[in-house]
Each structure stands twice: as C-alpha cells, then as structure tokens.
Design a binder for this molecule. Structure first.
Ligand code: PEP
Length: 223
C-alpha cells in the first residue's frame, strides 16, 4: 500500500471539486489517498471517502496574522495532513528552513501529519541542499511526519530524475529521518507512477498537475 498525495494548487474550482469527489469516490484504490486542495475548497470534501490535507499552515494557534490558517482550524475543517515547505512556498513566499520547522511543530502538535517537501533546484547541489533543509528536523526526535523528495527542476516540467538519482535522494533521506514514509514528487503521471512507486525507499508519490486530471489521477491511485 502506497501513499498518494495530490497538491491541487489553485487550478481546481467548485464545480470541478464536486465532480472529482464523485468520480474518485466511485473507485476503490488500495492505496492511501490524500487530496490537498486550496483551503477554501476543503469544505467541499465533506463526503470524500479519502483523506484531506492543506497546502500550508501558520505556526500560531490564533492571533493577528491576516490571511493565515492555523493548524487547529485546518484539523477542525477535516484535514488530517498538511504539506509544508513546498518549493513554491520556499521561493515565492520566502519560507526558510526554520519557518518550515516551526510550522512542522505546530502541525504535529495539532495532530496533523506534515508532508515536508525537500529538494534541490540544481542536481549538482542535491546533497548540500537536502542536508541543509533537513538540518532543523534532526535536532530532536522526529514526531509524526512524511518527507517528500521533490527536485524543483522536475516540478511541472515533465522531466523526472533517473531511478538512480531518485533512489540516491530517498536513501539520503532515509539515513537521516529514519523510518517515516518517504514520497517522490515531480512530474508524476499515469504512465510513470507505477514504476516510480517501486523505487527503493519510495512509500508513495506527491502528485501536482496530474491530480487535477480525473482519468489520469484514477490511473495513479489504482497502481
Ligand atoms: C508539485 O507541485 O508538488 C508537483 C509535484 O507538481 P507536478 O506533479 O505537476 O510536477
């Protein structure tokens, strides 16, 4: 059984969400499915038979933080998971490794399972970047968490790392974070999902664009 998480970004709308919930409810994957829609769509998943996650959270319970969502509210809204440290959050919203670590602690304290994304912009710097991004998490025993290896150069490009590269990165993570689930993310589609999910140390996949194509997503979750 694999974990298949989908990061929906801002492209799903209300009508599409209803259709998606109906269609995905009608198949019976043996894998754990986690859909992470924009926060405003979370309520549309009330009848969903699978898991819901958020794409981000703040690190405080409450207070004057306009525009943010607390882990507690996400949990109350029905989320079980939250993606943290996605490369778009790191680059566009300037999230640092320490901020991501604060969010991880807040999420875990509120019973959300954080899906922490790590990955390099340039394959030449893979080890150095992974080491830096993981460093805050290695200072104390890890609570509940999932790590996703997402090489930035693979996200939305249709290019995936070789099997050797992916297995190297997953083993690098495994040696540091231990026995927590590890996902691969970056240009996963209906054709490559089954193969990648069999790589050593791959406990599942984090899907972006293909999560918004119902027939393609069905293929992925039915691997
Ligand atoms: C992502 O945004 O996390 C992602 C993996 O995107 P894609 O599958 O479209 O490359």
């Amino acid at each position: 059984m694999k974990i298949i998480a989908a990061n929906w970004k801002m492209n799903g709308d209300f009508e599409f969400t209803d259709r998606f919930v109906r269609e995905i409810n009608s198949v019976a994957p043996k894998n754990v499915i986690v859909i992470c829609p924009p926060a405003i769509l979370i309520g549309k998943f009330r009848d969903f038979r699978h898991q819901i996650g958020a794409q981000n959270c703040f690190w405080k319970e409450s207070g004057a933080f306009t525009g943010e969502n607390s882990p507690r509210l996400l949990r109350e809204a029905g989320c079980r998971y939250v993606i943290l440290g996605h490369s778009e959050r790191r680059s566009i919203f300037h999230e640092t490794d320490d901020i991501i670590f604060e969010k991880y602690k807040a999420a875990a304290a509120n019973d959300l399972i954080p899906i922490i994304c790590v990955g390099e912009k340039d394959p030449k710097n893979r080890e150095e970047v992974l080491e830096r991004q993981l460093a805050p998490f290695l200072k104390e025993p890890l609570r509940k968490a999932i790590f996703a290896y997402e090489p930035v150069w693979s996200i939305g490009t249709g290019i995936t790392p070789t099997r050797d590269e992916t297995e190297f990165a997953l083993e690098f993570l495994r040696n540091r974070v231990g026995d927590v689930p590890l996902l691969y993310g970056g240009s996963v589609n209906g054709e490559n999902a089954a193969g990648i999910s069999q790589y050593k140390n791959a406990d599942g996949l984090l899907v972006g664009g293909a999560g918004l194509k119902i027939e393609e997503f069905k293929k992925i979750i039915l691997i």
